[in-house]
Design a protein around this ligand. Structure first.
Ligand SMILES: NC(=O)c1ccc[n+]([C@@H]2O[C@H](COP(=O)([O-])OP(=O)(O)OC[C@H]3O[C@@H](n4cnc5c(N)ncnc54)[C@H](OP(=O)(O)O)[C@@H]3O)[C@@H](O)[C@H]2O)c1
Length: 330
């Protein structure tokens, strides 16, 4: 079968097209004929080697890239009773979706409703599950509160804005260009602003009469985290769920005290997807929100096997707005 693999870490040039044997299922796995794979920042991080030492995401070389996809079950392992060949499924945080067939632990796969197409599923599950747990289980925001969503035109950012607004929360949003701020506005953000070298924190203090927001969703990391502290109210929560600009590696916990006894967390999706019921419940919520048009996840770009380098470059160069998928069954 065709697969896109990495055999060393590095830039887009390490992406290799390979002919490899199709996977066999282990006892607890299913094998899926992949229709579409999601293309994500996490694929870029994987390619760069950010998970080389991770125990949460034990991705090791050589590795077939892609950790989100949708397609039809073709084989099930001897211990799998929840799925059968022919089932329509999607999954995330199991690597190997940039390929014609993928082996997926059954506990990470979800059943698709008939009205959710494969491309929509492959565009929705990873960021949808992430925004879902961040909002409902980490932030636990409720109507009348205020939050800040950084990189609000990013895939998770867009969902956080939409879900927070649906929960009755006042949303401040940031972006790197007026065009990206306009995206956040269109999705419902009450205030959208440029990072402006950290001055977003001053603007938020002013708009909240000096109080600050209850929760900050910060996926940017090094470039914003300390100013995120300044934008947060006393005893508020800063959720650093990504590090697209690099990791903060010199933080003294005393800074949290000085910033108003803040809470800082660095959560990971894997720790919020630990049983099949939770995985399916999150997916069902996302698919229902899509079907009722409470959230929108438009597909911005569709790539073929020969265009993956271009897709990764778009993400790294911050040119992408919206979700990209890789068409496999073409
Ligand atoms: N913790 C978790 O559970 C979890 C789960 C899923 C993903 N993540 C992480 O969350 C982050 C966002 O994921 P996503 O899928 O929403 O990504 P995305 O759609 O590619 O959006 C990333 C956004 O980050 C902003 N950005 C700021 N500095 C950047 C830089 N130096 N290079 C590139 N982009 C930069 C860009 O918006 P502006 O140009 O407006 O700044 C960009 O649109 C990633 O780090 C991903 O690995 C974490």
């Amino acid at each position: 079968m065709k697969a896109i693999m990495i055999e060393s870490y590095g830039g887009p040039e390490v992406l290799q097209r390979r002919e490899v044997p199709a996977p066999e299922p282990g006892p607890g796995d299913i094998v899926v004929k992949v229709a579409f794979a999601g293309i994500n920042f996490m694929d870029v991080h994987t390619r760069q080697g950010k998970y080389a030492m991770s125990t949460t995401y034990p991705v090791r070389l050589p590795c077939t890239l892609g950790m989100e996809g949708a397609g039809e079950v073709v084989h099930v392992g001897s211990e799998v009773s929840r799925f059968a060949p022919g089932d329509r499924v999607a999954w995330c945080i199991a690597w190997g979706s940039y390929a014609e067939y993928a082996r997926v632990p059954a506990g990470l796969a979800v059943r698709l409703p008939d009205d959710i197409a494969y491309d929509q599923a492959a565009a929705s599950l990873f960021q949808g599950s992430t925004a879902h747990y961040l909002l409902n289980e980490v932030a636990r925001l409720h109507a009348g509160q205020a939050c800040l969503v950084h990189a609000a035109s990013g895939n998770i950012g867009q969902l956080l804005v939409q879900m927070a607004k649906a929960a009755g929360v006042t949303v401040f949003a940031t972006g790197s260009s007026p065009e990206k701020c306009a995206v956040a506005h269109r999705l419902g953000a009450d205030h959208a602003m440029l990072y402006d070298h950290g001055r977003f924190a001053d603007a938020i203090r002013e708009a909240t009469q000096g109080r600050g927001v209850d929760v900050v969703f910060d996926s940017v990391g090094k470039a914003t985290l300390r100013d995120s502290f300044r934008a947060t109210r006393k005893r508020g929560l800063v959720i650093n769920y990504g590090n697209v600009s690099g990791s903060v590696d010199d933080l003294d916990p005393m800074e949290l005290g000085e910033s108003g006894s803040l809470f800082l967390t660095r959560p990971r999706l894997a720790d919020h997807m630990s049983d099949p019921e939770t995985v399916q419940r999150r997916a069902d919520d996302i698919f229902a929100a899509l079907a009722s048009k409470q959230i929108h996840i438009p597909i911005a770009n569709r790539y073929g096997f020969d265009d993956v380098e271009q897709a990764h470059a778009m993400i790294e160069q911050r040119q992408q707005i919206g979700k990209s998928v890789l068409s496999i069954a073409v």
